[in-house]
Write a protein that binds this ligand. Structure first.
Ligand SMILES: [Zn+2]
Length: 251
């Protein structure tokens, strides 16, 4: 675990990939005096390391905001006591797909419409942004950082991983990337997996690659990853997910 200080009171707990994997995990900590807001909690094993560090520093968790409710983001929630758990109105339907005891992970504060939350000197703006997952939130902090959950995924060196439409909704993911672009300005991108992106050119080229891929699979439902790569010269890590993006949802 690496603790990266982005600025006074804003930190990333960054975990490297586990054996056989290429993606790490980020848990973000925004501090105000001796309290903090976490963005995501990783798997339980990640959260426990963060909690230990916070306990040693005498920092209490008062809010947890979830970018979405997949298992690799919510693992710490059952261990969080007396904090606001903030997430999308669609959290429950996602949770029911992935965890049996979903009641232990439900948000206590639901975000439907655009919501502003003040935390000490910090301001969070939360908006629904269902791309990677229907219950995705786009979280802007202090007009300077955007937490994008898994709408932008990379390894810890910044190599882009393929977009993944976990709800098989390619159009929703195209929209979520467009939303990120429209909110971007000069903000930094903070992904739940991978490197913090603070270079405007790198950010735009990453987002355009994602958008190109998503439009491609929308138009070419049966094309292979190699077809995409040959036609566009764009490559991603995690290409195994390509076939998962192709399977049409049975309605
Ligand atoms: Zn994830």
């Amino acid at each position: 675990m690496n603790i990266i200080k982005l600025e006074e009171n804003i930190f990333v707990y960054q975990f490297g990939p586990e054996e056989g994997k290429f993606l790490g995990v980020n848990i973000f900590m925004i501090q105000s005096d001796n309290e903090c807001t976490l963005i995501d909690t990783g798997f339980r094993r990640h959260f426990l390391q963060v909690k230990k560090d916070l306990d040693e520093k005498g920092i209490k968790i008062s809010k947890v905001i979830l970018t979405h409710f997949h298992p690799d983001h919510i693992g710490g929630l059952p261990r969080v006591k007396d904090a606001d758990i903030i997430g999308s109105v669609f959290a429950k339907s996602t949770l029911m797909k992935y965890v049996e005891d979903y009641q232990n992970y439900l948000p206590t504060f639901l975000v439907g419409d655009k919501t502003e939350i003040e935390f000490g000197k910090h301001t969070f703006v939360l908006e629904l942004n269902g791309g990677h997952s229907k219950d995705g939130l786009l979280i802007t902090l202090n007009d300077k950082y955007i937490f994008v959950g898994d709408d932008v995924i990379s390894d810890n060196s910044g190599n882009a991983s393929i977009p993944y439409c976990s709800d098989k909704d390619v159009n929703a993911h195209i929209n979520s990337i467009n939303n990120i672009i429209s909110r971007l300005g000069n903000k930094q991108i903070l992904p739940s997996h991978g490197k913090v992106l603070d270079n405007d050119e790198d950010i735009m080229s990453d987002l355009i690659k994602r958008s190109t891929y998503l439009h491609y699979i929308k138009e070419n439902r049966n094309a292979s990853y190699e077809d995409f790569n040959n036609e566009t010269n764009i490559s991603f890590l995690g290409r195994d997910w390509h076939v998962l993006n192709q399977i049409e949802e049975v309605k």
